[in-house]
Design a protein around this ligand. Structure first.
Ligand code: GTP
Length: 370
């Protein structure tokens, strides 16, 4: 069976992290998000994967190439303008078999695919939608089913009094190719709002497959942050730390003997952790990062090639690639795009989102967030 992964979204809600980097390439435990998904599919023996792209396609092709290094064969289908989720699959129709898998490219899950595919086959479904329970279903589209698992109703962004289930669409589908007959070519079309409801209206066999498996949609920075934390804490079967407080150090990284590191934490390759640095987990540090004397890092995710100056304090923040957090500055609960400089001694406003390439503090007295 082939699989198609949707990676063409704009990732608007994740800005500034997705201005120069597609959501699928954002590092999760120092590997692109998409690499986890591709390796998982390869683990199921799925060898042919189609990536439907639009926004920022080059970084993905540059990293994954033909997929051989990851044990799969990759085909890229690029949209000239965004076609939406179902429109993107329609656009790749000629490369698909009679039955195939579709994965949202921003969902990290331990969902077991083999029983889901079996369920789909046994129910003679045209579409099977994976479901996951969530605490607050009002943010999502709900899916109601009958006792056999057949979908009876879709409910988009329900009000609290309309909530009859906590099960939402988990973004993994098994589909029969003929469902695409109802999707107009080269037209923006959505699974959730158009294709699935229309299949239901025309009486077709749409089923839902609930699973309690680990699931995280990285739509917002806080979800992306939480995913990294969950993985460090061993909440997914895809990353089991040796110990709950494990500090894992990449090849060629050096830690000064006076630094105090508390896990869980992952430090990439070729990093230099200076004297009297204090790092408390859960924290991820990318490759080639430098943390100077006395820096304090708490519960943060720092991407590759970033420099954290002496005596700085970085707390519950996401710091993009190639940033400079200069000596004595403070970054709290913030999200910084790539190549941002926080000038020496600057205290960034709590909750800032700083756009790539900006310098904040120092001579620049402008808005931290623009
Ligand atoms: P926001 O802009 O923040 O809403 O994010 P998004 O549009 O990137 O993500 P959304 O959750 O709406 O989409 C779910 C999945 O479908 C993600 O993996 C997106 O990359 C992908 N996706 C969304 N729209 C398109 C599209 O027009 N074409 C393709 N190929 N993929 C899409």
């Amino acid at each position: 069976m082939k699989a198609l992964i949707l990676v063409g979204g704009q990732g608007t809600r994740l800005r500034p992290l997705t201005i120069n980097m597609p959501k699928a390439m954002m590092p999760v435990l120092n590997r692109p998000f998409l690499e986890h998904a591709i390796r998982r599919l390869a683990g199921y023996g799925i060898r042919e994967i189609i990536l439907t792209q639009g926004h920022l396609s080059q970084p993905i092709e540059g990293y994954f190439g033909d997929g051989g290094q990851f044990g799969v064969s990759l085909r890229y289908v690029v949209e000239n303008s965004p076609l939406g989720t179902a429109g993107a699959v329609k656009n790749a129709e000629k490369h698909l078999g009679d039955r195939f898998l579709v994965l949202n490219g921003d969902v990290f899950t331990d969902l077991d695919l083999a029983p889901m595919i079996r369920f789909h086959r046994e129910r003679k479904a045209v579409a099977t939608i994976s479901l996951t329970p969530v605490e607050d279903p009002t943010r999502y589209g709900l899916i109601e089913t009958d006792p056999s698992g057949r979908v009876s109703r879709f409910l988009e962004k329900p009000s609290p009094d309309q909530i009859t289930t906590d099960m939402i669409n988990a973004g993994t589908y098994v589909l029969e190719r003929r469902v695409l007959d109802g999707v107009p070519p080269q037209t923006q079309w959505s699974f959730e709002r158009q294709l699935f409801p229309s299949l239901l209206e025309s009486g077709q066999r749409v089923f839902a497959y609930p699973s309690p498996a680990y699931w995280m949609d990285i739509g917002h920075p806080k979800d992306y942050f939480q995913l990294n934390i969950d993985l460090l804490k061993g909440r997914s079967s895809q990353h089991i730390p040796a110990r709950p407080d494990e500090v894992s150090l990449g090849e060629g990284s050096q830690v000064d003997e006076t630094a105090r590191l508390t896990g869980p934490a992952l430090i990439g390759r070729s990093c230099r952790i200076g004297p009297k640095v204090t790092m408390s987990g859960p924290t991820v540090i990318g490759d080639n990062c430098r943390l100077d004397e006395g820096a304090i890092i708490e519960e943060s995710i720092i991407w590759h090639d970033t420099h954290i100056g002496a005596g700085t304090r970085v707390v519950r923040s996401i710091i993009g690639e190639g940033c400079h957090i200069e000596a004595g500055s403070i970054v709290n609960d913030s999200v910084l795009g790539d190549n941002v400089t926080v000038a020496a001694g600057h205290r960034l406003k709590v909750g800032s989102r700083v756009w790539p390439g900006k310098t904040v503090g120092g001579e620049d007295k402008g808005d931290d967030t623009a």
